[in-house]
Design a protein around this ligand. Structure first.
Ligand SMILES: Nc1ncnc2c1ncn2[C@@H]1O[C@H](COP(=O)(O)OP(=O)(O)OP(=O)(O)O)[C@@H](O)[C@H]1O
Length: 251
């Protein structure tokens, strides 16, 4: 059974997918990685995407973020329909309207923390909003690390730089792929708390893929994927409800 996860018509939606299908390969070796997924992400919401290995989490995130094209179906970021956009317009949309946070931080090693944070703004040929830069740097506790290169920063500090870089452009949506996977549990808790606060206080929309039920418990909602379908949506997930849902999937 597949659960379409749609919000009420009055809620502003930051991103949505309708009837998304993604098939890799063809003929006997074809894999249906997404099987008619419909989901909406309300503005200011924090969603965790969970599910067993191979269930389609990365595929869903890559399609939503415009990194991969679906076989059919529609994806909207903000008010822009992604399907049919040229590569050039997709690249611009990803740069200006989408933020990314990866498990491996993905900072540029030769740039300082300040330069890494400002990279999306520089690439767009714009001037940084100094107020936003300062408030991000202060709330992430990076003031005295700005002149350092990634190799001179701890894992937690590098991920805080990556989060500042993802948020600097005030994107419609931030996609986070196992953002705390490489961090110890205390550092992870601080970062997840920051992500949750940025949704509640700044209205940021975050979609996070994770295997970790504790990480998912910071989200407003956990979606469970199985065989390319959303099989369950848990509002206000806690570690126990997520673990129980994962057990149901394995049963
Ligand atoms: N480029 C590709 N070519 C062929 N099949 C692929 C490709 N990428 C993913 N798949 C298949 O699509 C399905 C979904 O993969 P996906 O990576 O989205 O799963 P996932 O839930 O993110 O898994 P994991 O938790 O292991 O990262 C799997 O069966 C996978 O083998």
């Amino acid at each position: 059974m597949s659960v379409p996860v749609i919000t009420s018509p009055t809620t502003r939606v930051a991103a949505r997918a309708d009837e998304l299908i993604k098939i890799y390969g063809s003929g006997d070796t074809a894999v249906r990685a997404l099987d008619r997924v419909s989901v909406a992400f309300p503005a200011g919401s924090f969603t965790a995407i969970m599910g067993p290995s191979g269930s389609g989490k990365s595929t869903l995130m890559h399609c939503l973020a415009g990194l991969d094209a679906p076989t059919s179906g529609s994806i909207v970021i903000g008010d822009t329909e992604l399907t049919g956009l040229s590569d050039r317009r997709l690249t611009t949309l990803r740069r200006d309207r989408v933020g990314f946070v990866f498990q491996s931080f993905n900072l540029l090693p030769t740039l300082t923390a300040r330069q890494n944070i400002l990279l999306p703004v520089d690439l767009a040929g714009r001037r940084a909003d100094q107020h936003r830069f300062s408030s991000l740097v202060t709330s992430l506790g990076l003031e005295d690390r700005l002149a350092h290169r990634p190799s001179e920063l701890s894992g937690g500090q590098q991920q805080r730089v990556a989060i500042a870089r993802a948020l600097i452009t005030e994107p419609d949506v931030v996609f986070a792929d196992e953002p705390t996977g490489a961090l110890d549990s205390r550092t992870a808790a601080t970062l997840l708390d920051y992500l949750r606060t940025s949704c509640r206080d700044l209205g940021q929309t975050i979609v996070m893929v994770t295997h970790d039920p504790i990480a998912a418990s910071y989200a407003d909602r956990a979606l469970l994927l199985s065989d390319g379908r959303i099989t369950e949506s848990i509002d206000g997930p806690d570690t126990d409800s997520v673990l129980a849902a994962m057990k149901r999937l394995e049963a």
